[in-house]
Ligand binder design. Structure first.
Ligand SMILES: C[S@@+](CC[C@H](N)C(=O)[O-])C[C@H]1O[C@@H](n2cnc3c(N)ncnc32)[C@H](O)[C@@H]1O
Length: 326
């Protein structure tokens, strides 16, 4: 890891073990660090999404794209892609949406991952050689200045479903609304715009949880502890192999907490901070919110959007795509 990145990782792990925050470490679980069992976060994620028959969000969202492209306006001149993702997302979501636009002049991609940006924009360039393509390597939860008159933002892949929260805390309403406001400010600039957001709206949290009962997902959760061992070299009796996965459903707050716990007491230091973790202490690695559609429309309205009255939904409402004006 680059020293600056390592410093951010260290602070996030200190906040996790101090129970200050939860779910914020999700950005580190796709890490390419090779572990003793020859896995890495990114290989486990790939194994998970390609072999878990029950993991519905990706395919259910792709299935909704034709209906969405029929429904939205077709005269946007600028598309801003917030977090463009992998080849499957570009080919099955971004490109069909771009193809539906008859007046397209500009495609702007924003992502923290340099690899996603380079790979994704190249794929778009191969297909659209007359439009202007630009990349912003940065955080989409910061406001960015973009050109364009009729702007369409894409926030796909259910990225809004992963938010910080410690189990037992209140629903992080303000933080979600603020994230939506920031995306809205980038989309509208000083004028107005439209944002399409996909979110997981599965009302059946038990069946949603069963989608994650897969060896690669479980190893991905506990495997982060191997990255802690390799990158932060805690002194004392930190043991990256002695952890287990213990997810929790919080029905009231519509969230699955993906939690890991040490299977034995562990006392160690990271830098000069000492931790005394007890067996079965709970640490939230990632939260997957399953927003009811009405709640999500309320959050959008609170953030200044006018959500469409006809969101596109999967059978049984597992996934929803909604376009909103701001
Ligand atoms: C869940 S994936 C979604 C990808 C794609 N849009 C899709 O539909 O599948 C999230 C993408 O956003 C990027 N990302 C995550 N958090 C980000 C942030 N705060 N700022 C910028 N990019 C971020 C990741 O690198 C990844 O490419």
């Amino acid at each position: 890891m680059h020293p600056n990145v390592k410093q951010l990782f260290k602070q996030d792990i200190i906040d996790l073990f101090s129970h200050k925050r939860g779910g914020h470490v999700q950005k580190w679980i796709y890490n390419d660090q090779i572990r003793p069992d020859n896995t890495s976060g990114s290989t486990l994620w790939h194994n998970f999404i390609t072999s878990s028959a029950d993991y519905y969000p990706i395919q259910h969202e792709i299935d909704l794209i034709p209906q969405l492209t029929n429904q939205i306006s077709h005269d946007f001149d600028t598309v801003i892609d917030f977090g463009l993702g992998n080849q499957r997302a570009i080919n099955n979501k971004t490109i069909p949406i771009l193809l539906s636009q008859t007046n397209l002049k500009r495609y702007i991609a924003i992502d923290v991952s340099e690899n996603s940006l380079l790979g994704g924009t190249q794929r778009v360039k191969n297909q659209f050689n007359k439009i202007h393509i630009s990349r912003i390597n940065g955080d989409f939860y910061n406001q960015h200045d973009v050109e364009g008159i009729k702007r369409l933002g894409l926030f796909l892949g259910s990225t809004i479903s992963n938010q910080d929260m410690i189990h037992g805390e209140e629903f992080p309403r303000n933080s979600i609304v603020n994230h939506l406001k920031t995306l809205g400010n980038t989309v509208k600039n000083s004028n107005q715009g439209t944002l399409i957001i996909s979110f997981d709206s599965n009302p059946d949290l038990k069946s949603a949880l069963s989608a994650y009962q897969h060896p690669s997902w479980i190893s991905m959760m506990t495997g982060l502890m191997h990255d802690v061992a390799a990158e932060l070299t805690p002194s004392g009796d930190f043991n990256p192999s002695m952890w287990h996965y213990a997810p929790k459903i919080d029905v009231q707050n519509n969230v699955l907490h993906h939690i890991i716990c040490p299977t034995i007491d562990q006392t160690f230091c990271i830098g000069n901070i000492e931790f005394n973790l007890k067996k079965d202490d709970q640490f939230v690695i990632i939260n997957c919110f399953k927003y009811p559609i009405d709640l999500f429309s309320e959050l959008l309205t609170e953030a200044g959007f006018t959500p469409s009255n006809s969101p596109v939904r999967s059978t049984h409402n597992t996934m929803t795509l909604i376009d909103s004006h701001i």
